[in-house]
Every structure is written in structure tokens, then in C-alpha cells.
Design a protein around this ligand. Structure first.
Ligand code: NDP
Length: 411
């Protein structure tokens, strides 16, 4: 497990099987009768949600360039020359969206605020369709422009094969596709993360309207996830150096993962909490807060340390220990484990699930945690392969000095 070169495929498969068994056991807890009703009444039942979804994405696309914001340089692209620039005003856009949501609730009443909660299956179907359409359009754009030789080679990853249509559709053909100057991959996280926030708020308002109060559990979940989403947009410039931006191509996997998974699966706990009016025991609140604090320290601490190190290698995490001629940080959080930021993220994910543990969702209440566990264990393996190829012997030396990936002594 500790070795850099080992490929823990068997371990990952066993983990996947264990998680799938646990979740499938409780699959009946997700009520699909409302989904069946939406499907039976389609396409009529989907027209309104499709218009709302399109207007929402279009509004965010317009707000990005229209509102003020700092422009940050991204990392160098694969050609070693080209650098993209990102206008990071997501925090302002999130604040505006949440203010509009709460303002509409105060002025107009509950109808617009509970729209997403009441029509979440229809919106879910629309988001799926939008992901498929966007992935198809991007593939078509890539093929057409490639055939004409118009596209800049810097924007095309070296390992892309023009013949593998399906792979390009699912995994993406381009690393950083752009439209009217907007880098789509960076943009697409906005409707996804803000969508998660708005869906959460909609479910909280739905609870308030249904029962006349918001439970401690719901409040705690809302505060924690709200802080996480705020943190994400506050530190949006740091996203420019993450794996998704620098290494993952923009295809169905990422498009769907963002808009469908982040918005709808991450808000599953709020859905279970909607009708869970049991009081929250003090021990459960304390365990949730302790897990949050530990996770936040590791998550934000490690990500900030790496970001600062990449910008000014000599000033980060004193005393600085490095490998690869000062390109790999091996002190501070990065001297504890090679993916300690993932460990922090997982603790936060666990904290978001704890308020609805032992509730009506069963193991499904921990869906977000399990999903992230699988994603990050898999991601750690992929990232290590990339780093081993990029840094060669220096990466192996770093692995020998910092032998564990996520939990010292365990993994
Ligand atoms: P990282 O931010 O850890 O980025 C990995 C890259 O960082 C490597 O490819 C390498 O790139 C560089 N690197 C790795 N180790 C070192 C080191 N010791 N010193 C210097 N540079 C190093 O991973 P991600 O982009 O995957 O994740 C970023 C955050 O986003 C994490 O906290 C993760 O938990 C979170 N995340 C959340 C998800 C969610 O759904 N909630 C999904 C995915 C991620 P280089 O070529 O620059 O050296």
C-alpha cells in the first residue's frame, strides 16, 4: 500500500464492491414514484424545468464576464508555452444568487424558493440531458475544428486519439475547451456548485414551509455545506491548479459529474433531512463539529500550502523540504501524506453526512462520503501515475520519504 509503484486494483475493487453492497441494500429508501410521474408526463413536465435550467446557466454565463473580478493566471498547458487566464468572481456570483433566492422568498413567498425541491426529479432529468448535449456539442466542435486544423495544438492533449469517438465523448477530447473567451471547464463548476447550494436552500425552505421550523440537523447540514461552498468560491483561484483543471479533459464524465452529481447527489442528505424531525443529540453535534474542524484544517491547510509553494517555492511550509529540484513539497502537511488534502476532504464529507446518520436514509445518507472515498482513492492512484511519469526518480524519492498516500500507517 505504501509503495508508489504498487497498483492497488484489487483493494479498490473490494472497496467498490463493499460500498456498492452497502448502498444497494438501502436503495429502496429513495422514492422513485415522483420520478415515474415526471417521466409519464414528459415532455410536458420537463418544459418548465428545462427553461428554468437554461435561464439559470445562461445567467451565470453572462454574470461571469459582466461582473468585476480578479484575473488569475492558470498553470502552463501541455505545450509548455500557453497559459490560460481565469476571471475569479465566483464568490460574488454565489453571493448574488443566494441573495436573490432569499430576497425572492421574502418578497414573493415560498413558490420560487421551493421550486427546485418540488421539481428536483424533472431538473435532474434536464441536467442529464444537458450534460449529454454539451458533451456531444464539444465533441462535434473538436472534430470539425480539428479537421480544419484550426484548433490550437496547446489545447489538445497529446494522448488524444482522433479515432476513438466514444472515448473522446466520455472522457473528453479537449483539455480546456473555450467558448467566447470563457474556459468551459472552469465555468461549468459554477452552475454545479451554486446548484448544490440552491437545491440545499430550497429543501430547507421546503422543511420550513411543511413543518413551520427548521430542525437542528438540517441547520447544521446547511451551515456546514454552505461554509464549504463559500470556501470553494472564496478560494476559486486555487482551483486553477487542481487536477480537474490541469489534467482532466472536458467530456461527459466531468460534465455529468459536475452538473448532475455535485448538484443532485451531494444534496441527498438535505433530502433525507427534509422529513427527519428527530432532535439532534449533543454527542452527534459534537462529533460532527470535531470532524469538520479536523477536516477543514487538513483540507484548507494542505491545499493552501501547496498553492503557496507553487507560487513561491521558498516561502512555503518552513522548514522547506523538497524534491525534484524544488518542485515537490515534502514538508508541512505534504510531509505527513502525499494526498493529505484528500483526507481532509473526506473528513469534511463525513461531517456533512453525520447529522443524518442513523436516519431514514440508512447507508444512503453517507452516499456523498462513499462516493468521494471511491473518487479520491481512484484519483490518488491516477495522480501518482501522472506524477511518476512527470517527475521520474524524484517522485520515487519523494514516495520513499513520505510513504503513505492518505492516512499515515494505514494507506
Ligand atoms: P491536488 O490539488 O493534490 O493536485 C495534484 C497535483 O498537485 C499533482 O498532479 C501535482 O501536479 C501536484 N503535486 C502533488 N504532490 C505535490 C507535492 N508534494 N508538492 C507539490 N506539488 C504536488 O489534487 P486535486 O486537484 O485532485 O484536488 C484538489 C482538491 O479538490 C483536493 O482537496 C480534493 O480533495 C478536492 N476535490 C474534491 C472533489 C469533490 O467532488 N468534492 C473532487 C475532486 C477533488 P504538478 O504537475 O503541478 O506538480
Amino acid at each position: 500500500m505504501a509503495s508508489c509503484s504498487s497498483r492497488p486494483v484489487l483493494g479498490f475493487t473490494l472497496l467498490l464492491a463493499a460500498v456498492a453492497t452497502l448502498l444497494l441494500r438501502d436503495a429502496h429508501r429513495v422514492r422513485v414514484d415522483a420520478l415515474q410521474a415526471v417521466v409519464r408526463a414528459a415532455p410536458h413536465s420537463l418544459l418548465g424545468p428545462a427553461a428554468v435550467f437554461a435561464a439559470y446557466v445562461a445567467a451565470l454565463a453572462v454574470l461571469g464576464p459582466a461582473l468585476p473580478g480578479w484575473v488569475y493566471p492558470g498553470t502552463l498547458l501541455a505545450d509548455g508555452r500557453t497559459r490560460l487566464y481565469y476571471k475569479c468572481n465566483g464568490f460574488l456570483i454565489l453571493t448574488l444568487c443566494v441573495t436573490l433566492f432569499l430576497g425572492a422568498y421574502a418578497v414573493v413567498g415560498a413558490a420560487p424558493a421551493v421550486y427546485a425541491a418540488d421539481r428536483s426529479w424533472a431538473l435532474f432529468l434536464v441536467a442529464n440531458a444537458a450534460a449529454l448535449v454539451l458533451a456531444a456539442l464539444l465533441l462535434a466542435k473538436h472534430r470539425l475544428l480539428s479537421a480544419g486544423g484550426v484548433e490550437a495544438s496547446a489545447n489538445r492533449p497529446r494522448f488524444s486519439s482522433p479515432l476513438s469517438l466514444l472515448r473522446d465523448f466520455v472522457l473528453g477530447a479537449e483539455l480546456n475547451p473555450r467558448l467566447l473567451g470563457t474556459e468551459l471547464k472552469f465555468f461549468w463548476l459554477r452552475p454545479s456548485m451554486i446548484g448544490w447550494q440552491l437545491l440545499n436552500l430550497s429543501l430547507a425552505v421546503k422543511q420550513l414551509e411543511t413543518y413551520g421550523f427548521i430542525t437542528d440537523r438540517m441547520l447544521l447540514y446547511q451551515l456546514l455545506t454552505g461554509a464549504y461552498i463559500l470556501d470553494y468560491f472564496w478560494y476559486e483561484p486555487k482551483m486553477t491548479s487542481t487536477w480537474d483543471i490541469i489534467a482532466e479533459r472536458f467530456g461527459l464524465m466531468l460534465i455529468w459529474g459536475d452538473i448532475v452529481f455535485i448538484s443532485f447527489a451531494f444534496s441527498l442528505q438535505a433530502r433525507f433531512l427534509l422529513h427527519d424531525v428527530r432532535p439532534l443529540p449533543a454527542w452527534q453535534a459534537a462529533a460532527t463539529l470535531a470532524t469538520t474542524v479536523s477536516g477543514a484544517v487538513l483540507f484548507r491547510g494542505a491545499n493552501s500550502q501547496k498553492h503557496a509553494f507553487k507560487r513561491q517555492p521558498r516561502r512555503a511550509a518552513r522548514p522547506v523540504r523538497t524534491f525534484a529540484n524544488g518542485r515537490l513539497l515534502a514538508s508541512g502537511f505534504w510531509g505527513v501524506a502525499r494526498h493529505i488534502n484528500y483526507t481532509g476532504d473526506l473528513l469534511l464529507a463525513l461531517a456533512f453526512c453525520l447529522p443524518c446518520g442513523d436516519g431514514p436514509g440508512g447507508a444512503l445518507a453517507f452516499f456523498y462520503f462513499f462516493y468521494l472515498l471511491l473518487l479520491l482513492v481512484h484519483r490518488a492512484g491516477r495522480d501518482e501515475q501522472r506524477c511518476a511519469a512527470k517527475y521520474g526518480d524524484a517522485w520515487r524519492e519523494y514516495c520513499a520519504a513520505v510513504p503513505y498516500r492518505m492516512v499515515p500507517g494505514l494507506y
